[in-house]
Design a binder for this molecule. Structure first.
Ligand SMILES: Nc1ncnc2c1ncn2[C@@H]1O[C@H](COP(=O)(O)OP(=O)(O)O)[C@@H](O)[C@H]1O
Ligand SMILES: [Mg+2]
Length: 472
């Protein structure tokens, strides 16, 4: 596993890339260069021999050497040619007889090869055999006046020297290349380690932040990319801090809210216990207060449970087709006793029948809270107006009241958990400050939106917009 991990590392990849980049061009260059050298050398050699052979050919023709080979100068020159180029020269007359063989092996023999025949027709042939390493040239010997081809000169020279040179060069190139390869590999290792270093720095920094050795800021600005990673990481840390803070706040709020009724109960109970001969009416009065506090504690716990349930993922939505008109009617019916007690008139106005894919329990919770608020934060003889409308995509529930309204500076806070505009007043009314937080969560889980408009002393309008079809 560990081995594979190394091959997967950026370090190794960079090393591989750089090493290949260092070694491959040299290899390609060497092979290309050597190949060109070989063909170039062969060509130059051929041209050299050809021009000398031609000069010699002219002399042979003018001196009629083909018929009279006892001429020392020409024989000497043929010998020289074959010696210089480490080769063999054959002179063939028109009867395909070998007049001269500088190797003295085939003199007098007859030779009928394809090249010789073609040369008698006037062709000048150069052939390179790289396998057996020789160049063979067949040149017609032409009388310059009569244009008659009197014979053919055949020169074959070894290219061993070219090959030797080639091998020498190749050897040198190999040495050079190996040296370069080692340098390239060393450089590649060095660069790979260096280039990847900032990433190691990131890991170390994050670990240090995690264990608290370092302050909570990642700053690896070696590359634009590592800077981007640092920024993203710092942003994530900040977000986590905010979440952590709000969680701590929530916990401390919850403890406080749960403790308040308990403190009241304790005070009430203590004052009864500390007195002797308490009249029965006082007992009754205090016990009523204690019962109210228990009721309040109960309410807070219920609201908290609803909120916690809603805080879980949207995957726990229980979606069904619900008739919203009926749903609203039911809610209003359930709230009627409270409204009557508060002397508030409720009106429901449905503009059209609406059926939607919603979680009935959660939506009921949300709407009940809104309508309950509209009743609670109202004035005697006030009204609550609930209306339902829809377009092709959404349905809209509007809850308007003639109540006390919400001050402008409080509007942005009303969805916060435990937030109440007027603590003492709200307490009298008996809220927990969790209702709108629950409502907002429930609406958001339906991918809906909620908005509030209010004017202090005149009333409040809440509008809820929810998609008709649930978007998972
Ligand atoms: N319709 C309304 N009219 C006036 N004030 C409201 C209305 N609805 C909510 N509020 C204010 O917003 C606060 C938060 O509401 P909510 O979260 O439901 O808590 P509560 O349990 O106090 O009702 C309330 O305490 C109240 O001050
Ligand atoms: Mg409420």
């Amino acid at each position: 596993m560990k081995r594979f991990k190394f091959f997967k590392s950026l370090k190794f990849r960079i090393f591989l890339l750089l090493a290949l980049m260092g070694i491959l061009p040299g290899m390609v260059f060497r092979m290309g260069l050597l190949r060109t050298y070989e063909s170039q050398a062969v060509e130059i050699r051929s041209m050299d021999i050809l021009s000398q052979a031609k000069v010699l050919g002219t002399q042979i023709v003018t001196n009629d050497y083909l018929n009279n080979s006892a001429q020392e100068t020409i024989s000497g020159q043929l010998e020289l040619l074959s010696q210089i180029y480490d080769g063999r020269v054959l002179l063939i007359n028109s009867r395909f007889q070998i007049v001269t063989d500088t190797y003295n092996l085939d003199t007098g023999k007859t030779i009928i090869s394809e090249e010789v025949i073609r040369s008698f027709k006037g062709e000048e042939i150069t052939k390179y055999d790289s396998e057996d390493r020789y160049i063979e040239m067949t040149i017609p010997l032409t009388n310059s006046e009569t244009r008659e081809i009197l014979g053919v000169m055949m020169v074959s020279v070894s290219t061993d020297s070219i090959q030797l040179n080639y091998e020498y060069l190749e050897g040198n190139a190999m040495v050079l290349e190996t040296a370069l390869g080692i340098v390239a590999a060393a450089l590649a290792i060095f660069l790979a380690i260096r280039l990847v270093r900032p990433f190691g720095k990131i890991t170390r920094s994050i670990n240090a932040i995690q264990t608290g050795e370092e302050q909570e800021e990642l700053d690896v600005s070696d590359y634009t990319e590592t800077e981007a990673i640092s920024n993203a990481f710092n942003q994530m840390i900040k977000r986590m801090q905010v979440i952590d803070q709000s969680r701590q706040e929530f916990v401390s709020n919850v403890s406080h809210e749960l403790k308040t009724p308990l403190t009241s109960m304790k005070v009430l109970a203590d004052s009864l216990l500390s007195q002797e001969n308490v009249p029965a009416e006082l007992y009754k009065e205090f016990m009523t207060d204690i019962a109210e506090e228990i009721e309040r504690e109960n309410k807070i716990i219920n609201d908290l449970l609803s909120l916690v349930k809603l805080d879980k993922s949207a995957g726990e939505m229980n979606i069904t087709h619900v008739n919203i008109n009926d749903l609203l009617e039911q809610i209003l019916k359930r709230l009627k006793p409270i409204a009557e007690k508060a002397d508030v008139e409720m009106v429901l106005e449905s503009f059209r029948p609406v059926t939607a894919e919603v979680d009935e329990v959660k939506l009921t919770l949300a709407l009940t809270n809104l309508i309950e608020n509209a009743i609670k934060y109202n004035r005697p003889d006030g009204w609550v107006h609930v209306s339902l409308n829809a377009d092709h995509k959404y349905f809209f529930v509007r809850i308007e009241d003639s109540g006390i309204g919400i001050p402008e500076e409080s509007l942005e806070h009303i969805y916060e958990r435990f937030y109440r505009v007027d603590k003492s007043h709200s307490r009298e009314i008996g809220g927990t400050g969790l209702g709108l937080a629950i409502t907002r969560n429930a609406v958001l889980m339906h991918r809906g939106a909620i908005k509030a408009h209010s004017k202090e002393g005149e009333g409040t309008i809440f509008t809820v917009r929810i998609p008709l079809n649930y978007i998972a």
